[in-house]
Ligand binder design. Structure first.
Ligand SMILES: NC(=O)c1ccc[n+]([C@@H]2O[C@H](COP(=O)([O-])OP(=O)(O)OC[C@H]3O[C@@H](n4cnc5c(N)ncnc54)[C@H](O)[C@@H]3O)[C@@H](O)[C@H]2O)c1
Length: 352
């Protein structure tokens, strides 16, 4: 801890998710936001007024040059993550980048190289790892309480949840893909963090676009652009096998004819199982008690996940901790996403 120093933070991208970061940063006494940049200066000014941010820029490169920031938080569309991160790292800043780390693994590798050159922190904002229920499960697994964990079913499936139809969200060249890279990335990351990033062997994936092209299944998140287009999937499914015998089934959808949105992770272990439902913050354990099946509902103490995430970022800058989500782990996830899309495109399983 370096005395009472306040780390100066710049925000790149003032859209929806920047609000969540700004609220979390307000709870961190060791940091203050000194500047915000967005190509829409109006959006940046609105966010600045709400959070008392002194300086507003339309160009984040100018912000990097003209303000004394120690670190930046990257909240721009996916296709800009690598460019913004590399520019900030080259300017000697620490970087907290929103998920997905990058559009693909090649960009993620470039970001890692830039961070190595800079010698600063590059962390990816996988906020779900900081949820109370997820941290509880992580402890269970680290302590071997579920025995040998051999399979997981994970998914983020929505009924009508296509974000910003026509905007960057639904254009492959700007988002890198649809729900797989947007929300599937959360569940891939969470599951594989919990089980310790085993080495993947085979990836079989398929994608579908039944709703988006017909402009159905839309949601309130993001702004609709009627002049835009939709060329990504609205459902992706995958089966991944790992060297240690572990297998993962993943579903990610923005729109489907299902009962309701569900964000789930079921882990199968030899001594117990867990079901985690992120939307309603439910966690159940399945085990045996005196020879009979038993179910235990767990209610871990609630803590704000984004406050914990930002605290981890500042602790990493100060050298008292290391990033919970390293760029190498985020690259591993980008590689799996690349493989799922490749498998869907070729119709063949991808060997890694
Ligand atoms: N962790 C989560 O749960 C979560 C949730 C939502 C979004 N996200 C991620 O956050 C990122 C942003 O998503 P969002 O929902 O806030 O999108 P958004 O469209 O609401 O906001 C993006 C902002 O970036 C601005 N922008 C575009 N080009 C820019 C440029 N060159 N320089 C500066 N600003 C530019 C846009 O004007 C817009 O204000 C995405 O990568 C998304 O995947 C993460």
């Amino acid at each position: 801890m370096t005395g009472q120093r306040k780390w100066k933070i710049g925000i790149i991208g003032a859209g929806g998710i920047s609000e969540a970061h700004l609220e979390a940063i307000r709870d961190e006494p060791r940091a203050e936001v000194v500047a915000i940049a967005d190509v829409s200066e109006e959006t940046a000014a609105m966010r600045a007024a709400r959070h008392n941010i002194p300086r507003v820029f339309a160009d984040y490169r100018k912000m990097l040059e003209e303000t004394e920031t120690d670190a930046v938080v990257i909240c721009v569309p996916n296709y800009l993550h690598a460019a913004a991160a590399k520019a900030a790292l080259a300017a000697g800043k620490h970087v907290l980048c929103e998920k997905p780390m990058a559009m693909n693994s090649q960009e993620a590798e470039e970001m890692i190289a830039a961070a190595k050159n800079a010698g600063t922190i590059l962390m990816v904002g996988q906020n779900n790892r900081f949820r109370s229920e997820a941290r509880y499960v992580k402890r269970l697994l680290d302590e071997g309480k579920l025995g040998h964990v051999y399979h997981a079913k994970a998914g983020w499936v929505r009924r009508s949840g296509i974000p910003g139809w026509g905007s960057w969200f639904t254009r492959k060249e700007m988002a890198g893909g649809g729900p797989l890279i947007d929300i599937g990335v959360h569940m891939l990351d969470l599951t594989l963090w919990l089980v310790g990033h085993p080495k993947p062997v085979t990836v079989l994936g398929q994608t579908y676009a039944q709703f988006g092209p017909r402009k159905r299944g839309l949601s309130e998140w993001g702004r609709i652009d009627d002049g835009g287009y939709y060329d990504v999937e609205d459902l992706a499914v995958a089966m991944i096998t790992f060297e240690n015998g572990f297998t993962l089934n993943l579903d990610a959808s923005w729109a489907s004819h299902i009962e309701k949105e569900n964000v789930f992770l079921h882990l199968y272990g030899s001594e117990g199982g867990t079901s985690l439902h992120l939307l309603d913050e439910r966690l159940s354990l399945y085990h045996e008690w005196n020879g009979a099946p038993a179910t235990t509902d767990i209610q871990p103490k609630k803590e704000k996940e984004r406050v914990l995430l930002f605290r981890n970022f500042i602790d990493s800058i100060e050298g008292t901790d290391t990033p919970v989500c390293t760029p190498e782990q985020a690259l591993y996830i980008n590689r799996l996403i690349d493989a799922i899309y490749l498998s869907a495109q070729t119709g063949e399983a991808v060997k890694l």
